[in-house]
Design a protein around this ligand. Structure first.
Ligand code: CA
Length: 118
């Protein structure tokens, strides 16, 4: 009886490790409306080429970010016409309580791309 219980515990622990490993394979970023991970938040696990078109709420709203896994590039809208590149930041896993500390203007992110190419 006791050995069955121990086997079940061992199985459970293995399952938890497996799920954790699996979760780390999925790229995931959490964005927050306000600095210091406050206000509304949402999860992204894939690129969003244009927040303006796909999700009006998050366009020009993001003030803090937590990257769970993967490398993500966050871009502002292009400034004026011509070849001037969009302002962007590329972030790996970590906690970013204020996008302005990373060189991004507050409430300026309009595109989210998985990966480091801008
Ligand atoms: Ca904001």
């Amino acid at each position: 009886m006791k050995s069955i219980k121990h086997m079940l515990i061992a199985l459970f622990v293995l399952l938890m490790f497996g799920l954790t490993a699996y979760a780390q394979e999925i790229p995931q970023a959490i964005v927050f409306e306000d600095p210091n991970m406050t206000g509304s938040h949402t999860h992204f696990s894939a690129s969003v080429p244009d927040l303006d078109e796909s999700d009006n709420f998050w366009n020009d709203k993001i003030s803090s970010i937590v990257v769970i896994s993967g490398t993500w590039t966050f871009l502002a809208d292009p400034v004026g016409a011509g070849d001037q590149p969009n302002k962007s930041i590329t972030l790996g896993p970590g906690v970013y309580p204020d996008v302005t500390s990373e060189g991004m203007d507050d409430d300026s992110i309009s595109q989210i791309r998985l990966g480091s190419e801008s």
